[in-house]
Design a protein around this ligand. Structure first.
Ligand code: ADP
Ligand code: MG
Length: 277
């Protein structure tokens, strides 16, 4: 579904040159939920903006269904971290959610159905007539998710969407995202600096190095598809995976190569070198 090939981004201007992303290559299959985890400032937002067609890369390319992304492609929705700035305060919740649908030129009745359905999906059916500033942070972020869902995207990009909400709300929203992903079969690329969140949510986790960024490691998360905050997070396998990713992120921060861990054979997704035959 999504093909990122040799992606690089150098910011230049006012005499400064920042190489944010050096060389990123990965793919996301249709219907997959992939988490990208990496330290703050490693270029996650830059990468996501390039994938979304909001920022032109300086090297490499992004392909959506085999076609180069050169501007915001139809069928892709983005949820940003700063929900406070992503909703219009003068519009009611339902109007905010329905706004991107205007571009789709759908009949009004269909638009209203999609908005109502999206608000129901995020548990906010009762808030349709409220203004964003009348809602809590967690509810505002639900509105931003509903807006993305109403658009009926094939691909949903999320950039640290829960970084600014409290822990309890965050846990609820994580379960909401997994539930929606399983229900709707959307392809999700979820960016976070939170290792536990990446392991809890993802079917696959890509560990990014420090800036200038490359993919340090790819790891398949072999936890059962049914996950819940109570049991999954205390499962021994969850602990193994998070410890492994933690070590990788630490190594990424130091800019060293991936640490060869003793438990490597128990961590599938790593590709062991086949013995020479
Ligand atoms: P992350 O989302 O992982 O925290 P960002 O993609 O926001 O990282 O930033 C990566 C690097 O690129 C940082 O060093 C940041 O200062 C730099 N950067 C981001 N946006 C710009 C910009 N518009 N102009 C110049 N440098 C930028
Ligand atoms: Mg960011």
């Amino acid at each position: 579904m999504l093909d990122v090939r040799g992606l690089g981004k150098v910011y230049e201007g006012s005499g400064r040159r920042v190489e944010a992303v050096r060389d990123l290559t990965f793919t996301v299959g249709a219907g997959e939920l992939v988490c990208l985890v990496g330290p703050s400032g490693c270029g996650k937002t830059t990468l996501l903006k390039c994938v979304a067609g909001l920022l032109a890369p300086t090297a490499g390319e992004v392909l959506l269904r085999g076609r180069p992304v050169t501007g915001p492609p139809p069928g892709m929705a983005v949820v940003f971290q700063e929900y406070g700035r992503s909703l219009f305060p003068w519009m009611r919740v339902a109007e905010n959610v329905g706004l991107p649908l205007k571009q789709k030129k759908l009949p009004g009745s269909r638009r209203r159905d999609l908005v109502a359905d999206a608000l129901r999906s995020v548990g906010l059916a009762d808030a349709a007539g409220a203004y964003p500033w009348q809602l809590s942070g967690g509810m505002q972020q639900r509105v931003a998710i509903a807006r993305a869902l109403a658009y009926e995207p094939d691909v949903l990009l999320m950039d640290e969407p829960f970084a600014a909400v409290d822990a309890q709300t965050r846990a609820d929203l994580e379960d909401l995202v997994r539930g929606l992903w399983r229900e709707r079969g959307i392809t999700v690329l979820f960016v976070t600096h939170d290792i536990d969140e990446a392991v809890y949510l993802g079917e696959r986790v890509l560990v990014l190095s420090a800036s200038p960024t490359v993919v340090q490691e790819q790891l398949r998360i072999d936890l059962p598809p049914e996950r819940d905050q109570l049991h999954t997070r205390v499962a021994p396998r969850f602990a193994e995976l998070r410890t492994h990713v933690y070590a990788q992120v630490q190594a990424a921060k130091r800019g060293t190569a991936a640490v060869p861990t003793a438990d490597a054979p128990t961590v599938p997704g790593r590709t062991p070198t086949p013995p020479a035959t």
